[in-house]
Structures are given as structure tokens and as C-alpha cells.
Design a binder for this molecule. Structure first.
Ligand SMILES: [Zn+2]
Ligand SMILES: [Zn+2]
Length: 413
């Protein structure tokens, strides 16, 4: 079989013949079940229109207040950029940077980049820079957390409504519309089809007989655009410019180091207050668990459960799963690799939602800035917590799921 018709599974390295599945169907890896292609629904013009609409909604979401608060005659409004600049003013540049990166910068770059790439491909004007941009655009998507921020607004809304009159601002609707249109736009594009149009497909010789994985066939797959190259022929992917490596470098060591960082940060993140509420001269410090208990005591069981899952269960689960996968790999375990691959996918999927409590803190700080009447400041626990979430997300990214399958290959090494 000519290698040009092949694709290597990015999660287990198994070679497959590439097929474009029919509309609405998905092509999965036969061995590990990873999604190889979402087929048939490549409606680029629709996607381009949706991305442009999402850009307009996102601009509106940044221009007006998200919420407004009325308490004893005082009115306070908070916009998204307003939250970020207030955090920086109050001396919490770390939290401001996290908010700006995940809720403003990453979504903006993703939207602009996607719209530009689709526009260039539509005009047939794509070149190697378009491919490099498409690679970056896909990375911005990982760090964009507007949908988590929306959940944070809902939680803050309920929390603030217990002490003041809260009204939704125009930007709240715009942000909701943005999240929905951006999700619709994303599902209207098949990235593999766009990569094909960006050119520089495989140029490989025939495969050695019986080679089941890219590594056994002396090939290396690009983790960004999935192009296969002969091992050692290129240092960077000829299509998208990503560095080509058979496996992620020092995956075990880096993942262990990031997990250890996350565990160390987990302690202050839970023991130190995430915010300090000053109301009529009284100071009250709230930890993550304190916030959860507050919701439970005041009858908001659903919110207590959401925050408990996102802030306590998810980080612990994520750290334990990654540590378990590393230990199992270290001991040469061949136990049910399919289950282990599913566990890994779970950690990748849920990690971002842990950020919700940080967004609640940023919103509460911005909303309750009422001078002597009441004010809220972030606590050191919030910085530790945010950094812990980032460390677990990086740990999931540096872990190479192909390690789970390498032990099953006859000539691994
Ligand atoms: Zn696979
Ligand atoms: Zn590539």
C-alpha cells in the first residue's frame, strides 16, 4: 500500500488507511478509539459566516457591562476588560493575566485566525504561512475558556443575588451568543479537510510489510496537522512547521514535574483564602471549601455540587489519573490499554472546567467594589489555585498517550 493514503493515530501511533467518513459520521482509531476524522460536514462558507458572527458577538461582549449590581442606592457595573484592569489595579496582575489570556486573548486570536485561514483557503490563496497560522489557531483553542467564564458568571449571579439586586447587562447576552456561534462554527469545519487543502501532503515510499505503527514503519507523524514524514528526513513538518518528534520529548519526566508542582500548589490553593469580603468593617475570608459550604447552607445545592466537582473532584481526579498512567507505564503494565486511553481523554476534556471558581472570584471582586459599604479582594489561595489548574493542563499536554501502547509493540525501544 502506498504510504500516501495513510494516517497515524495521534494517540496510539497505529497506522490506518485514511477515509473521509460520510456526513455526520466519525472515523475512530480501530485500536484506541481516538477520533481520527469528523467527516462529511465540512461546510466552510457556513463556518466562515459563523466565525464572523462570533467575532461581532465577542466584540459586543467586551464593550458593555456583563452584570450590574444595585445595593443601598449604589450602582456598580462590571465589564470583561473592566474586571481584568481592576484586578491589575488591586495588585493581582497574575489573576488579571490569566483572565486576559483565557477569556479575551485566546478566543480573539482563535476567531481571527480561523476566519483568515478559511478566507484564504476559499480564495485559493493559501501558502505555508497560512498553514503555520492554522497550527497556532488550533493551539489557541486549547486555552480559550469563554464557556467556563459563562458558568462563572452564572455562579456569581446566584451568589450576588443573595445580597443585592443583580441585573444582566447587554454583554452577558452577547457572550452567550458568542459561545454558541463559536461552537457551531467549530463543528462546521473538518480540520483534516482544511489541512489537505493547505497542501504538502505525504510524499512517502511504500511501507515495509507488516508495520503496524508509524514508528515501526520508520515514519513520524506531525501532532498538529497529522502529516506523515519519513523519520529523520525533516526536522520540522513541511506542511505546518511543527517540530517533528517520534514521541513527545521527556514526556514522563515533564509530566511528573508538572504533577508534583500541581500537588504542591494544591495545599495553599485549598488552605488559603481565595477571597476576602469586607462588609461594613467586618472582614471574612473564604476558602474554596468555605464557598462550597456557603452554597450548601443557603440552599443552592446545585451550585455547591458544580463548584465541588469543578474545584475539588476534577483536579484530584486529573492528578491521580495522570500519576496512575505514568506509574502503570513505568512498571510495564499491559493492563487494559483501552481503558487507560479513555482515562487520559477524560483528563484532557474536563481540566479546563476547574477554572470556574477563579472566574467567580474575578467577577465578585469587580462587582463588589462599593467603597466603605462592601468590597471583595482576591486571596493568595486564588493565585495558587489558578496556577495549579494551569499545571494540570500542561501535565495533560506533555503526557504522550502513545506511551500507553508502545509496550504492546513487538520491538519497542
Ligand atoms: Zn489510536
Ligand atoms: Zn504538521
Amino acid at each position: 500500500m502506498p504510504a500516501s493514503a495513510l494516517i497515524a493515530c495521534p494517540e496510539c501511533d497505529r497506522l490506518h488507511r485514511e477515509v473521509a467518513p460520510p456526513r455526520g459520521a466519525t472515523a475512530h482509531c480501530l485500536r484506541c478509539g481516538a477520533v481520527l476524522r469528523r467527516g462529511g460536514h465540512d461546510s466552510r462558507d457556513m463556518a466562515l459566516a459563523l466565525y464572523l458572527a462570533a467575532l461581532v458577538f465577542f466584540a459586543l461582549a467586551n464593550m458593555f457591562p456583563l452584570l450590574s449590581l444595585r445595593l443601598h442606592g449604589a450602582v456598580k457595573e462590571a465589564s470583561l476588560p473592566g474586571c481584568a484592569s481592576l484586578l491589575a489595579e488591586l495588585g493581582w496582575p497574575w489573576l488579571a493575566a490569566i483572565l486576559i489570556t483565557t477569556v479575551i486573548l485566546a478566543p480573539t486570536m482563535h476567531l481571527l485566525g480561523m476566519a483568515w485561514v478559511l478566507f484564504q483557503v476559499r480564495r485559493g490563496r493559501q501558502n505555508r504561512w497560512t498553514a503555520r497560522l492554522f497550527r497556532l489557531v488550533e493551539q489557541f483553542q486549547t486555552w480559550g475558556m469563554a464557556e467556563v467564564f459563562v458558568l462563572g458568571i452564572i455562579v456569581s449571579y446566584v451568589k450576588l443575588a443573595k445580597m443585592a439586586v443583580i441585573l444582566p447587562g447587554p454583554s452577558l447576552y452577547a457572550l452567550g451568543a458568542f459561545v454558541l456561534t463559536a461552537a457551531a462554527a467549530l463543528s462546521a469545519v473538518d480540520p483534516a479537510a482544511v489541512w489537505h487543502d493547505l497542501g504538502a501532503g505525504h510524499d512517502l515510499p511504500d511501507l515495509p510489510a507488516g508495520a503496524r505503527t508509524a514508528r515501526a514503519a520508520d515514519l513520524v507523524t506531525c501532532l498538529s496537522c497529522h502529516r506523515l514524514s519519513a523519520r529523520g528526513k525533516h526536522r520540522r513538518c513541511p506542511r505546518c512547521g511543527a517540530t517533528l518528534r517520534t514521541r513527545k520529548p521527556e514526556s514522563r519526566q515533564r509530566t511528573w514535574a508538572l504533577l508534583a508542582t500541581a500537588v504542591i500548589l494544591y495545599v495553599p490553593a485549598n488552605l488559603l483564602p481565595v477571597m476576602r469580603v469586607v462588609s461594613l468593617g467586618k472582614v471574612q475570608a473564604d476558602t474554596i471549601m468555605g464557598g462550597i459550604l456557603y452554597f450548601a447552607r443557603t440552599g443552592s445545592w446545585h451550585l455547591a455540587l458544580i463548584i465541588f466537582t469543578a474545584s475539588v473532584v476534577v483536579p484530584v481526579l486529573k492528578i491521580s489519573i495522570l500519576a496512575f498512567l505514568l506509574l502503570a507505564e513505568h512498571r510495564g503494565s499491559t493492563w487494559n490499554p483501552l481503558q487507560r486511553a479513555r482515562l487520559y481523554r477524560l483528563t484532557e476534556m474536563v481540566g479546563r472546567w476547574s477554572m470556574v471558581d477563579i472566574f467567580v472570584v474575578t467577577l465578585m471582586v469587580a462587582m463588589v467594589e462599593l467603597g466603605n459599604l462592601a468590597s471583595i479582594a482576591p486571596g493568595p489561595g486564588a493565585v495558587a489555585f489558578a496556577l495549579m489548574v494551569v499545571a494540570t493542563m500542561l501535565a495533560a499536554l506533555t503526557f504522550d498517550p502513545r506511551l500507553l501502547w508502545d509496550r504492546l509493540e513487538p520491538a519497542h525501544g
